[in-house]
Design a protein around this ligand. Structure first.
Ligand SMILES: [Zn+2]
Ligand SMILES: [Zn+2]
Length: 348
């Protein structure tokens, strides 16, 4: 039986924390559920999930959709696309059956790359290697969530590039329906004609907009993420802000100011976060003046989830007399800060 291998290469960098990651996780579950009701897909489709941040990891090796089990996507620091592509290539080397003189191998694999940010490594060598080995023997579809991706770079990997700008849950659902339809159509073309045609056209514009942006267009990062630790439980959490703008309130002046609005604070799994993060610090800072809203601690509920220790790290602070920093163990009495400070941003 010739299989149709489908790979999901998923950016699990910090900026995906919260809703986007949940949506992708649910979306993949929905894709599989839907494919299981399709006789053609049932016969041919196998899926694999590879996550990448600073490092990459195969979350699900190539699996029959009947055997598929729901996965929990990890999070990590960094968006090392080169590392992700190398992991993808090795996974294909390992799992895709090649055609030999005697037997027909698997159908052309389909890869869906989901990403929401610019690479934090230099992926040129990995792209070159990918194209050399799989440029013509796999379909590669890149999907950008939001505007903060490098379209030029993505289109150097393959001509199938889509941008998905709305990120509310309804659009996510429609988008995953579109992915499902593409996979179904491909397995149907195999069943009908024994000939593989990838159909990415099933009206994607209703769901996603094709990349038509000028390559030179550069848009500022729209998410700021911070890593903090709970003083009481010693567990890490991410605090996420999303860029917003407002008109000045001073009468007679007409200009916009940009700021970051609190999106939420999210507990993360320390073990997988450490496993998928690279250790290089990005050294980018942001002033607390640009941030609007501060979270409580998502782990213990302490009122101040965004306090800074003299060691430079973030922690939660409550009404205790003496605070112990979960990063450096220094004990201090924390007051409510005056003025603004510069904060180290996570890579995203
Ligand atoms: Zn706490
Ligand atoms: Zn400290």
């Amino acid at each position: 039986m010739r299989r149709l291998p489908v790979y999901f290469l998923i950016d699990v960098s910090e900026s995906m924390v919260g809703e986007p990651l949940d949506q992708v996780q649910e979306g993949i579950g929905a894709i599989i559920k839907e494919l299981r009701t399709d006789p053609y897909a049932l016969e041919t489709v196998w899926v694999s999930i590879i996550a990448f941040a600073g490092k990459a990891k195969t979350i699900l090796p190539l699996t029959d959709i009947i055997q598929f089990y729901p996965v929990k996507l990890p999070l990590g620091s960094g968006t090392n696309l080169g590392v992700g592509l190398d992991a993808l290539r090795l996974e294909l080397d390992k799992s895709v059956k090649k055609t030999t003189q005697d037997t027909k191998g698997d159908w052309k694999p389909i890869v869906f790359l989901f990403t929401d940010g610019r690479p934090t490594d230099n992926p040129s060598l990995a792209i070159e290697n990918w194209k050399k080995h799989y440029g013509s023997s796999a379909f590669f579809v890149s999907i950008s969530f939001g505007k903060n991706t490098d379209k030029e770079l993505l289109s150097s990997i393959s001509e199938h590039n889509l941008t998905f700008e709305a990120t509310d849950s309804n659009s996510f659902k429609k988008f995953f329906k579109w992915v499902t339809a593409s996979i179904k159509a491909t397995s149907q073309s195999i069943a009908d004609s024994n000939n593989q045609v990838i159909d990415l056209s099933k009206d994607p514009n209703k769901v996603v907009s094709k990349n038509t942006q000028e390559y030179s267009e550069r848009i500022d990062e729209n998410v700021a993420v911070f890593l903090a630790k709970c003083q009481n439980n010693k567990t890490p959490y991410l605090i996420k802000y999303v860029k917003a703008s407002k008109q000045t309130e001073i009468p007679g002046l007409d200009f916009e100011t940009l700021y970051f609005r609190l999106n939420g604070a999210f507990n993360i799994d320390e073990e997988s976060y450490t496993e998928l993060s690279d250790n290089a610090s990005q050294g980018k800072q942001i002033s607390s003046e640009e941030l609007l809203g501060f979270p409580t601690c998502p782990s213990c509920g302490n009122q101040f989830g965004f306090s800074t220790c003299s060691c430079g790290n973030l922690l939660c602070v409550g009404d205790e007399e003496v605070t112990t920093c979960p990063w450096c163990n220094v004990q201090a009495k924390f007051g409510v800060g005056e003025g603004h400070i510069n904060l180290n941003r996570a890579k995203g």
